[in-house]
Design a protein around this ligand. Sequence first.
Ligand code: ASP
Length: 438
Amino acid sequence: MVKVLKFGGSSLADAEHFRKAAAIIKSDPANRFVVASAPGKRFPEDIKVTDLLLECYRLARAKQPIDEPFGQIEDRFRQIIADLGLNLSLESEFATIRLVIKNRAGRDYVASRGEYLNSMILAEYLGYAFLDAEDSIFFTEEGTLDLARTDESLEVLLEEAGSAVIPGFYGSMPNGTVRTFSRGGSDITGSIVARAAKADLYENWTDVSGMLMADPRVVKNPEPIPYITYRELRELSYMGASVMHEEAIFPVREAGIPINIRNTNCPDAPGTMIVASNDQAAAPTRVITGIAGKTGFSAIYVEKALMNGQLGFGRRVLQVLEDNGISFEHLPSGIDTMTVVVETSALEPHREAVVSSLNKKISPDHLHIHDDLALIAVVGRGMVSAEGTAFRVFKALAEAKVNVRMIDQGSSELNIIVGINAADYATALDAIYREFVK
Ligand code: ASP
C-alpha cells in the first residue's frame, strides 16, 4: 500500500501545523510521499508566502528594494525551524534566492521558492529525502505538463528515494528554467506524484473536512459529501463548487486512483472520497450528491417559424458566437426556438455585434436577450434510479415561489440544471437543499 499526501498552505503555515501534518504522516507506514505547499495564512489578514514572493518579484522589476517582504519571508521560515527545534539552516538558500531575485529572476522561479523552502524543512523534520520538483516534474516547450516524461523519470526517482517530500506547484521547462502551474497548483503536483508512485490513494489535506453538499455561505450548515465520483465532481466544480485545482483531477482519474479530501485540523473526520466509478463509491445515501450554482448568465433567445426544418440553423447561431469568441454553456431548444446560455461577462463586449450578426445571418422572427440569470445544478449519481427527482426539484422551487426560466436535464443523467432569476438564487438553492436533506 502506498499513499501520497499533499498538504496545502494553511496545513503548513507554522510549526503547530507542521506537527499536526507530521503526526498524520507518521501514523501509517504507507504514507511515503508528501507534497508540500508554501506556508499559507495563519490568520485571516496574514499574507501567504507565495504572495510575499510575488511582491518581491514586482519590486525587483521596478528596481525597488525587496528587503521588507523578503525579510518577512525569511522570518517565517526561521520561526518554523526554531519552533520545531530543527538543526537546519536555510541562510545560504535565503542569500542565493535574494540575489537571484535582485538580478531579475523570472516570475515563476520567484513564486516557486515558498514550496521549495517549506519542503526542505518538512523533509528534515520527517527524516525523508527532499526531491526537488525541478528535477522530476517536466513541462513541454509550450509550457504544458509533459506527463509522459514526468511519469517515467518520477517513477524511478520515487522508487529510489523510498520516501520523500516533493515541493508542489512547479517543475522545469526543457531549457531548465522553473515553471509553475497556475495558483493552487500544488494539488496538481500531488496528483502527478500519486500517479507516478502508482499510489492506492491520494490524500489531499486541507483546512475543511471535505466537500459540502452546498455552499455554506448560502445554505446553513450543509452536510458533508462522503463519496463523489469524478463525473459528479466535474459537474459541481463547473458550477463553482471548488475544493481543489481543476487540473489536479486528470492525472489520478486516468490512473483510477481515488482522492480523499481531509482536514489537517480534524484528522479523524473521514472527509470526502472522490472515486472513478459508481461501484468504488458507497451506495448513495441520498438521491442527490450536491447542489451548486452561479449567477451572471444571459440567455439568448431566438425564435423562427419552421426553424426545425432548416438544416444548419443551430450551426449558424453558434457560428455567430464563435466568431465573437464566446463559448456557450447550455443549449435548450424547442420546435421553433433555440436558447443559448452564455456568461454575461463574455457576451457584454460583443453584445451589439452578436445581435446584428444574428439578425443578418438567420433573420429570426424574434430575438431577445434575458440577463441576470442564475443556473443551479442539482447533481447526483443516485438520480438515475430514483423516480420523482425532477418533480421534487420543481416542487421545492414552486413552493419557494421561484419562477423557473430554463430547464436542462443534463445529457449525463447526473444532473438537472435550472435557470432562474439571479435575485432568486439563494432562495432557490436553499429550497432545493431542504427538499432533499431533511
Ligand atoms: N503556493 C501556491 C499558491 O499559493 C500553490 C499552492 O499552494 O498550491 O497558489
